[in-house]
Write a protein that binds this ligand. Structure first.
Ligand code: GLY
Length: 586
């Protein structure tokens, strides 16, 4: 029998002892710095990239709401307090695991990814020279897909929640109306993106002070137009966004800026309930997001290959361990470029990619002593700096129900254009399509036919909200991350840190991570991975991304806000890579 899932030694914040069986053949667990402690609670937990929004969700739990009620309230609150990625004008994915009175219940995936407008065309981002015009695919109104967030949150609430729409939306409306104090992180983000936002008169109105100055720490940001839109959604439901005044404002904004979204596109937007991709890893069932996300498939695929190795004996973040991760990631992202797209348009070979036979084949292909090369395809030259452009949050209620949500505008603040009069930013998710086969998108990701632009299609995503259950069916880990193309590999490493290396969830989230995505053929490592280890990897033939002065200083920029549950206590871990995040328990 395996050890009870998560165990914790005494720490400065908590001292929680649980009996557990440890199999004789299992090497001792890595003791990662036990001073890094999660927030502990007995009655539910919300972990989000913004403390105010996490408190909103926690309060909903305290009022008796379930995890879905709290997730929906947190989602609407983030649209106010975390405007760089919390949104009404974008889309995302939600994984939901609810138990019935017998303690049973499936995990389901809610897809509220943006859809291409009906008039979108395959070559819409190609200039006269036949090359992708980045200004158009990144920063124009044409880069906006039809937003899915509002439909997704409302559908989740109606189907799986217990509270009234007005109750769960009230905090967001209050925050938009009365304002909230700008944090250090938000003011730094406004400063970083001031040029993007200043390009659009409405964004200038919404995110700069009336005198044109930047908001700084402690200033109160009020968003009256956004409050109006939230109020229309609260009182009319879907029609408050996809019809009526809000829809008129979106369509007028499109007419003004040359965008494609019409009333028809808004009326026809729909969320889809999908079956998660799942796979077993060392006795734990991992449920993650299916296409149009690539995350679930590649997490399960990579775990399938890695399960054939004795990673624990290699040791966490040793060269032998990281070499295997790199080689597995290289192969997964090569598959992503060819086989992944919207399953409603393209037959994605989910079973083949995640099956045991293919995992074995990939494992046989990996040389344990030497790096392979990705150079059979012309190397990409572009790998943009990662932006904290998406947001991930995790929720558990006192019954152990779990919700894992990742949603986004794509870039921080999307295209930078706001809907005038409606107070929210537009996504630029159309750039997640493959605008031209073989040409990398913003994240350096290559795509092909499977992810070509088509009307009403959903662009391929890397967002990977994930729920892990133990053999007794307990939701023992709720996780996911932000970070564009790196979301998949960062989520994978949190799962491995917890399941394989027995780290407490906070240590698992804090541990330095690495990333490889096939092309460019470069390994990105976070500070904290030992430089001797980096040198061993280089001697094996891996190309490590280094700064001009040779330092390995790349921050991969994930925010893997996660919760673990051992059946008694909830352990909330906000990713310390953003000081604005928080774990809030009751
Ligand atoms: N926009 C990033 C993603 O969905 O993967």
């Amino acid at each position: 029998m395996r050890r009870l899932f998560l165990t914790f030694s005494c720490s400065v914040l908590s001292c929680v002892a649980h009996a557990h069986d440890v199999p004789a053949e299992k090497p001792p667990a890595v003791t990662f710095d036990s001073r890094i402690s999660p927030v502990v609670s007995e009655a539910g937990m919300v972990v989000a990239q913004d403390a105010i929004a996490a408190e909103v969700g926690r309060d909903i739990l305290a009022q008796g709401g379930n995890a879905v009620d709290a997730a929906v309230a947190t989602g609407f609150a983030l649209a106010v307090t975390h405007p760089q990625a919390g949104n009404l004008g974008g889309g995302g994915f939600m994984m939901v695991s609810l138990y019935d009175e017998n303690g049973d219940g499936d995990v389901i995936a809610i897809d509220f990814r943006e859809m291409a407008p009906a008039s979108a065309t395959r070559d819409m981002f190609l200039g006269e020279d036949g090359e992708v015009d980045r200004d158009v695919s990144w920063y124009s109104h044409q880069s906006a897909g039809v937003p899915g967030t509002v439909m997704g949150l409302l559908d989740a609430l109606e189907t799986y929640g217990t509270m009234d729409r007005k109750e769960v939306m009230a905090p967001a409306i209050r925050l938009a109306d009365n304002g909230f104090p700008v944090s250090y992180s938000l003011s730094a983000s406004f400063l970083e993106y001031k040029d993007t936002l200043a390009n659009d008169p409405s964004s200038m109105d919404y995110f700069f002070k009336p005198d044109g100055e930047l908001y700084v720490v402690g200033d109160v940001l009020k968003q009256k137009h956004l409050a109006g839109t939230l109020r229309r959604i609260s009182s009319k439901g879907r029609v408050g966004f996809y019809g009526g005044k809000t829809a008129d404002l979106i369509v007028a904004e499109m007419a003004d800026g040359g965008g494609l979204i019409t009333h028809n596109d808004l009326e026809n937007y729909e969320t889809v309930i999908r079956e998660p991709v799942s796979g077993n890893y060392r006795g734990y069932e991992v449920y993650s997001m299916p296409p149009p996300s690539s995350g679930g498939i590649h997490i399960v695929q990579m775990l399938g290959v890695l399960e054939g190795y004795d990673l624990r004996s290699d040791g966490h973040n040793s060269a032998a361990y990281l070499h295997k991760l790199i080689e597995v990631m290289r192969r997964a992202y090569a598959d992503r470029s060819k086989h992944l797209g919207d399953p409603d348009f393209y037959d994605v070979p989910v079973k083949e990619l995640t099956g045991e036979a293919y995992a074995k084949k990939l494992r046989e292909d990996i040389d344990l002593k030497k790096a392979s090369r990705s150079s059979d395809i012309a190397p990409a030259t572009h790998f943009a700096d990662e932006q904290p452009a998406t947001t991930h949050y995790s929720v558990m209620d006192k019954w152990g129900n779990a919700v894992s949500v990742t949603y986004t505008l794509n870039f921080s603040y999307g295209s930078g254009h706001s809907v005038d009069g409606a107070g929210f930013l537009l996504n630029n998710e159309m750039d997640d399509f493959s605008s031209k086969p073989g040409v990398p998108n913003y994240y350096g990701l290559i795509g092909a036919e499977a992810n070509a632009i088509e009307p009403r299609k959903r662009p391929l995503s890397s967002m990977s909200p994930t729920i892990v259950r133990n053999k007794d069916g307990l939701n023992v880990l709720v996780t996911g991350s932000i970070g564009g193309s790196t979301i998949i590999t960062q989520t994978l490493q949190v799962i491995l840190n917890v399941v394989e290396f027995d780290m407490n969830v906070q240590a698992a989230v804090q541990a330095p991570r690495m990333h490889h995505q096939w092309l460019p053929d470069l390994v990105f490592v976070e500070p904290g991975i030992n430089i001797d280890t980096v040198r061993i990897l280089e001697s094996m033939g891996h190309s490590i991304s280094r700064e001009d002065d040779g330092a390995v200083t790349r921050n991969i920029n994930g925010r893997a806000n996660s919760i673990a549950w051992d059946g008694l206590y909830f352990y909330g871990a906000a990713d310390g890579r953003d000081p604005k995040g928080a774990a809030k328990g009751n």
